[in-house]
Write a protein that binds this ligand. Structure first.
Ligand code: NAD
Ligand code: WQD
Length: 340
């Protein structure tokens, strides 16, 4: 079964390709390499013994999409391609709406013309904004997001909801990721942020490996057990397995399917620092500074719907997330650029 993976060279997409291949499926990758490296292909080959078909191109390019659907019988599309930095989205809203919203709409239109009926969309816990109650369930209200990135995800969700209502034969799955971290257990593929990392785990990893001096902890005066922000960190391999599970359970069934993909457990910034220091055997110096604008105190998922309906549950621990992230970081101190 051939699955088109847009953004398949990126962090979550590359790990998902590996798990799809392990499940006997054939990923076909479309990626414009705007935030990834072609080296990922040889790493996938190294890990699986096969190299996925790769199209270098943009999801906003109708011709390349039509070409892919003409050349392959695609059973489903997993749509990862997009821009993902909250801060950058505030400075460049049009780029974010163009890439994330226009890209998704064009993809849906070309899929319709090609008769491809299954789409799984990379959404985010950010669509829930600042919920009043934890844990977050799939029926927690969405839409009160505070930045263009989050709004782009919310808008695409709503467009896909309308599309599925208009064409009930479609299978549309909205997967709302919590905080993906970690790397493949081999340390061969992982997260490779360009420039200064925005996210906590890659920042900690770069401090541990000596690329950055210390971590800034954004506030320790939240109403949480140790005062620092609490998030639901999920191992990227568990997240990848979640895609395979969703594809098998609901991905070919008509309907609108919505799932939180998290662990159901919250961890604080200081717990993450501690776990990483233990896993790496390195110190992770930090200073506490002001809260980051737009941050919420805490956020974790109710994952019971995914556990029940997808027969999937995240199983990898904080220790494994930290150890695997460290293996990737220490073997590739400059990310994929280490090999250039
Ligand atoms: P990533 O940047 O590593 O991967 C995205 C990939 O898409 C990259 O390889 C990039 O080159 C490619 N791409 C970007 N725009 C494209 C375009 N117009 N055409 C073709 N390819 C394009 O990001 P990721 O962390 O793997 O995230 C994947 C998806 O999951 C994104 O949609 C992101 O918004 C969503 N998501 C990520 C997180 C997270 O914390 N990483 C959380 C929730 C949701
Ligand atoms: C986690 C915690 C920070 C960096 C973001 C997006 C979200 C989703 C995942 C895509 C918070 C603290 C962080 C640092 C710190 N992405 N922190 N020092 O903000 O939960 O979610 O990524 O969809 O949309 O908003 O993740 O990793 O940035 O922060 O103290 O240098 O770490 O304040 O409490 P966040 P994060």
């Amino acid at each position: 079964m051939k699955i088109l993976i847009t953004g398949g060279m990126g962090y979550i997409g590359s790990h998902t390709c590996i798990q799809l291949m392990a499940a006997g499926m054939t990923p076909i990758i479309l990626d414009n390499l705007s935030n990834s490296s072609e080296i990922v292909l040889s790493r996938i080959h190294h890990l699986t013994g096969a190299t996925p078909v790769f199209y270098q191109g943009d999801v906003r390019d109708r011709h390349i999409l039509e070409k892919i659907f003409a050349e392959h019988e695609i059973a489903a599309v997993i749509h990862f391609a997009g821009l993902k930095s909250v801060g950058e989205s505030v400075a460049k809203p049009l780029e974010y709406y163009d890439n994330n919203v226009h890209g998704s709409l064009l993809l849906a239109e070309v899929m319709k013309n090609a008769g491809v009926k299954s789409l799984l969309f990379s959404s985010s816990a950010t669509v829930y904004g600042s919920p009043l109650k934890m844990p977050i369930t799939e029926s927690t209200p969405t839409g009160a997001t505070t930045n263009p990135y989050g709004r782009s995800k919310y808008i695409v969700e709503e467009c896909l909801r309308d599309l599925q209502a208009a064409q009930p034969e479609l299978s549309i799955t909205l997967l709302r990721y919590f905080n993906p971290v970690g790397a493949h257990i081999s340390g061969t593929i992982g997260e490779d942020p360009q420039g200064i990392p925005n996210n906590l785990m890659p920042f900690i990893a770069q401090v541990a490996v000596g690329r950055r001096e210390k971590l800034s902890v954004f506030g320790n005066d939240y109403n949480t057990p140790d005062g620092t922000g609490v998030r639901d960190y999920i191992h990227v391999m568990d997240l990848a397995d979640g895609h395979v599970a969703a594809l098998k359970a609901v991905g070919l069934k008509p309907g609108l399917h919505i799932y939180n993909l998290g662990t159901g457990q919250g961890s604080s910034v200081l717990e993450m620092v501690d776990a990483f220091a233990k896993a790496s055997g390195k110190e992770v110096p930090y200073t506490v500074c002001a809260r980051r604008p737009g941050d919420i105190a805490e956020c974790w998922a109710d994952t019971s719907k995914a556990n029940r309906e997808l027969n999937w549950k995240a199983s990898r621990t904080l220790k494994e997330m930290s150890e695997d992230s460290w293996r990737w970081q220490s073997q590739n101190p400059k990310g994929y650029g280490s090999q250039e």
